[in-house]
Ligand binder design. Structure first.
Ligand SMILES: C[S@@+](CC[C@H](N)C(=O)[O-])C[C@H]1O[C@@H](n2cnc3c(N)ncnc32)[C@H](O)[C@@H]1O
Length: 314
């Protein structure tokens, strides 16, 4: 396998042309790639735009290593930071220089999903881990199942996994862990099967896995806190692009972009506006963009992608 084939196998970047189109105005400035992954989007920017500089960030040490190797030819225009994208916004140089563009391609990479030992995707007999930082991370999915109280577990399954039997599953998990702690995906399958009275289907397991992954990695609060900080770090006319893969993430992005573009964010029902808000910019597209049918055919993992972009006022 050549170096280039290896890099592509890491993760096939999604909606590359749409990302480049949205970030075109940033082609000679500094762009934050907050979710570097295998470096596919970053490589597309660095190779297409010889004057741009990229700050590439990922919380996963394996992604950082893979991207560093892949992007070696562009090392003079690239800074790589191993941390969460919200933490990268504390960087003094980033704040001093400002950003002309930023990209968040949320969720997990194909490499993370395909690595059995990391336990991101549902397959039998795998550890319940799911930490994007790997061993350097905090609590695992097994810890959540073994330590979270029943009511909170039910909320996690319902809100983050849209699981109709959330309460039943939370009750079953808390009963079972008293006898033997959860360690592998088989333990969770067995608990879910007991609630359903049959073997859970892969899509049902995938939803429960998604719920656990969101909590393990604190994905929603990290996104909510990072978005306004990225907006503030953008220079005039700078563009923020976010690709999300489920409705919980997309709702945060959609609401943020709407509020920042609005001249009033007062609660509904106030007789007169009391917020005096000035729009800070505007969305680039009226509706979110989706991958083409051709892209979904070639890369089925792109099918749930939703791209939104927002431009700061000049
Ligand atoms: C969908 S992949 C990105 C793929 C990348 N755009 C490419 O072209 O290869 C998502 C990546 O974002 C990273 N990630 C997710 N949330 C993050 C966060 N809050 N901070 C930093 N990295 C994050 C994951 O570790 C993963 O490597």
């Amino acid at each position: 396998m050549t170096e280039v084939e290896g890099a592509e196998a890491y993760h096939e970047p999604v909606m590359v042309e749409e990302v480049l189109e949205a970030l075109e105005g940033a082609n000679s400035g500094t762009i934050l790639d907050g979710t570097l992954g295998g470096g596919g989007h970053a490589e597309a920017m660095l190779s297409r735009w010889p004057d741009c500089r990229v700050i590439g960030v990922d919380r996963d040490p394996e992604a950082v290593n893979a991207a560093r190797k892949r992007l070696q030819p562009f090392a003079d225009r690239l800074r790589v930071l191993e941390m969460r994208f919200d933490q990268a916004l504390d960087d003094a140089q980033l704040n001093q220089d400002g950003l002309q563009g930023a990209l968040l391609d949320l969720g997990v990479s194909s490499r993370q999903l395909d690595a059995d030992r990391r336990g991101f995707a549902f397959r039998r007999g795998l550890p319940l881990d799911m930490r994007m930082e790997g061993d350097a991370g905090g609590i695992t999915a097994a810890d959540i199942l073994n330590q979270t109280n029943e009511q909170e577990l039910a909320r996690v399954f319902r809100e983050y996994g849209e699981e109709p039997r959330a309460r039943g599953l939370a009750g079953e998990v808390t009963r079972r862990r008293g006898k033997s702690p959860f360690g592998s995906s088989d333990d969770l399958v067995a608990a879910f099967a007991a609630v359903l009275g049959r073997t859970p289907r892969p899509n049902e397991m995938a939803r429960v896995f998604q719920a656990l992954r969101i909590v393990v990695n604190q994905e929603l609060p990290v996104l909510s806190q990072a978005l306004p900080r990225i907006r503030d770090a953008l220079r005039p006319s700078g563009v923020l692009v976010v690709i999300s893969y489920h409705s919980l993430e997309d709702r945060i992005v959609k609401t943020s972009f709407r509020d920042w573009s609005s001249d009033c964010v007062c609660p509904p029902g106030l007789p007169v506006c009391a917020c005096d808000q000035v729009p800070q910019g505007e969305p680039l597209h009226r509706k979110p963009r989706r991958p083409s049918e051709k892209e979904v055919r070639m890369n089925p993992r792109s099918r749930s992608a939703l791209l939104r972009a927002w431009r700061k006022a000049a």
